[in-house]
Design a protein around this ligand. Structure first.
Ligand code: G6P
Length: 610
């Protein structure tokens, strides 16, 4: 939520900051702004709406400024208006903020009683006035920030420009991500390293409770007690090209098309593997004591949660231990049965989702080991985990997650195979045989992506619908949920996913001939039961859209429309194949309806507030 970027160096910074915001726009896109500091004077531009609305205002800023910062917002407190857009300012001071100041109401009352007048409805403005008052008393930004951190509650990644120290930017981190970029004669900060790698790959990830002064000469970091903290930059192996569209109309489409290579790269890790230990090593999780736990708790949000549901099936069936899957936003407030005999598996593309992070911290506090399945290296969740299985799927920019989902499922499958073999739940023959049969997957993923044209034809028939149901059983149940999530989040068609067996417990009442029912029926052990469910829908005049095997003529004959899908024997791997036509279908429906596919209304890619 909210992207922030700052620069100090020799180069004119306005365009540089704007381009950085473009790379961060997936974090929030309802309003934006930039502040620059030149000759001790601060100038600010702001606009509501997407960054395109800010672009014409760039010329209002001094093009010679070499110190500045920008913000792209996902509104929490206060509507997405120009006045609520960041930076917020007082005389000689500008502030940008990613996060929520939870005690802002109390602080605001205190300020109002002192006669302070507020311009905006944001929580951030409270901080601006507090800092202004501190600086009026002692014009030392570091000291003022140290004092204020004792008063703030909540999550904040703050960027500060102050005329009291016109050579530097300041940042403060608690709960929200902040990374510093270390260059030659120039330095940066951002909410996400992807905005920096076009300038420098040497980065420092700040920890909670740290702040920094960033000048062109260097960066100094302190903890909230004011003690200096030595930080060694990490060198990232990312490239900015990974975050570009490469000729695709949308990031989402590009990311759907990247799935064959993501799957192939993931499987490369398992190539030539002889033993469970070797595979765990390749997955980067050998540091976990897999003999210590007697139950697994999976937690995640959104699409990652649905990958976790497939994961439950795989882990339980191979490891024969109880596996619970809970939404991180619920788990963190339950009285969970977490202890040193629990393995928490946290699944997250960004590694920054606030609720998932809080669940990870909770589990650590209960003495559980935490294994995160994560796409972003060095992210907060990865840093808090006992070990991280990095998916290495490359940056995912489209708000609707696609390649991260299939990578999560495949990595969970590899993990389950390795741990099952390690704990002798499966024989060496089964282990090797399963790894061998994985080789069938990449050409089938290619085939699934190549079915795009058929999903467009179907989308043309369905794009006027106002509701849709998705149904499936076994591993196809989470696929039904994910198919519905994809459709609703980018096309705004109301869509729900159900387990086939649940239809009779309510949703069947919704069925009539204008209700598309997308039935996911691969050739697995649930097929016959699903065919009965399909018959029940047919008997009520339902509009059935089948997703199943090309040669399943029996199923096809029951459907009004049919999306053929490549088949594989292993249920969790079938989940990977079944979701691809549904991703493409949702994408095409959204394009036909003219929605903003990559930046759907009200959503953000990285949910770093509760
Ligand atoms: C947001 C994104 C989803 C994502 C979810 C969890 O809602 O729009 O695509 O699945 O957050 O994110 P994570 O980064 O933890 O996987």
């Amino acid at each position: 939520m909210c992207g922030v970027i700052g620069y100090v160096g020799e180069k004119p910074c306005v365009e540089l900051i704007f381009k950085g915001l473009k790379l961060l726009e997936y974090r929030g896109y309802d309003s934006s702004g930039i502040a620059v500091l030149e000759d001790s004077a601060i100038s600010v531009i702001k606009s509501e709406g997407k960054l395109d609305k800010l672009e014409p205002l760039l010329s209002d800023l001094s093009q010679d400024a070499t110190l500045g910062m920008g913000h792209t917002r996902w509104a929490t407190h206060g509507a997405p208006t120009k006045v609520n857009a960041h930076p917020h300012r007082e005389q000689g001071l500008a502030v940008i903020h990613n996060g929520i100041l939870e005690n802002y109401q109390d602080l605001k009352i205190e300020l109002l009683e002192k006669g302070v007048r507020f311009q905006s409805d944001t929580d951030t403005e409270v901080f601006v006035h507090l800092l202004y008052q501190e600086l009026a008393f002692v014009p030392d930004v570091r000291k003022a920030l140290l004092k204020l951190t004792q008063r703030l509650r909540g999550a904040y990644g703050l960027g500060i420009l102050s005329a009291c120290d016109p050579e530097a930017l300041y940042v403060v981190k608690q709960g929200s991500p902040l990374v510093l970029g270390v260059g030659d004669g120039e330095n940066f900060f951002a909410s996400d390293a992807i905005a920096l790698v076009g300038h420098t790959r040497r980065v420092i990830f700040l920890e909670d409770g740290e702040m920094a002064r960033i000048s062109k000469e260097g960066v100094q970091v302190w903890n909230f007690q004011g003690e200096p903290v030595q930080k060694i930059p990490i060198v990232l192996d990312w490239s900015q090209a990974q975050a570009e569209k490469h000729g695709f109309r949308h990031y989402m489409l590009k990311e759907i098309h990247e799935q064959p290579s993501v799957i192939a790269n993931t499987l490369d890790r398992a190539a030539t593997v002889q033993s469970a230990g070797q595979l765990l090593d390749r997955l980067g999780v050998a540091g976990v004591d897999f003999f210590k736990f007697d139950r697994i708790q999976v937690t995640a949000c959104g699409t990652a949660f649905l990958a976790g549901m497939v994961g439950k099936y795989v882990l339980e069936s191979l490891l024969k231990v109880p596996v619970s899957v809970d939404l991180a936003s619920e788990l963190r407030y339950q009285a969970p049965c977490l202890n040193e005999k629990t393995l928490l598996i946290a699944i997250t593309q960004s590694g920054e989702t606030a609720d998932t992070l809080a669940s990870v911290k909770l589990a650590r506090a209960f003495g559980s080991q935490v294994l995160s399945v994560c796409n972003m290296k060095f992210s907060s969740i990865a840093r808090e985990s006992t070990a991280s299985l990095y998916m290495e799927a490359g940056p995912e920019i489209g708000v609707a997650s696609t390649k991260a989902f299939t990578a999560m499922v495949l990595n969970l499958y590899l993990l389950a195979l390795a741990v099952a073999r390690l704990k002798e739940q499966i024989s060496q023959e089964q282990f090797s045989g399963s790894l061998l049969s994985l080789r069938k997957l990449p050409p089938l993923v290619d085939q699934a992506v190549a079915g795009e044209a058929r999903t467009l034809v179907l989308a043309q028939k369905v794009c006027e619908a106002t509701n849709a149901l998705f149904v499936g059983r076994g591993c196809s149940y989470p696929i039904a949920l994910e198919g519905a999530l994809k459709l609703k989040e980018i096309s705004y068609i109301h869509a729900e996913g159900y387990a086939g067996g649940e239809l009779k417990h309510g949703p069947i009442a919704l069925i009539d001939k204008s209700m598309p029912v997308i039935a996911v029926v691969p050739r697995d052990r649930h097929r016959e039961k699903m065919l009965s469910n399909v018959e029940e829908i047919r008997a009520r005049d339902g509009w059935i859209i089948g997703v199943g095997a090309e040669d399943d003529n029996v199923f096809r004959s029951l459907c009004s429309e049919y999306l053929p899908c490549p088949q594989i024997d292993e249920e969790p791997l079938q989940a990977i194949l079944s979701i691809i036509p549904l991703q493409l279908f949702a994408y095409n429906v959204a394009v036909l309806r003219g929605t903003d596919v990559d930046q759907p209304r009200n959503l953000a890619k990285s949910v770093t507030v509760e």
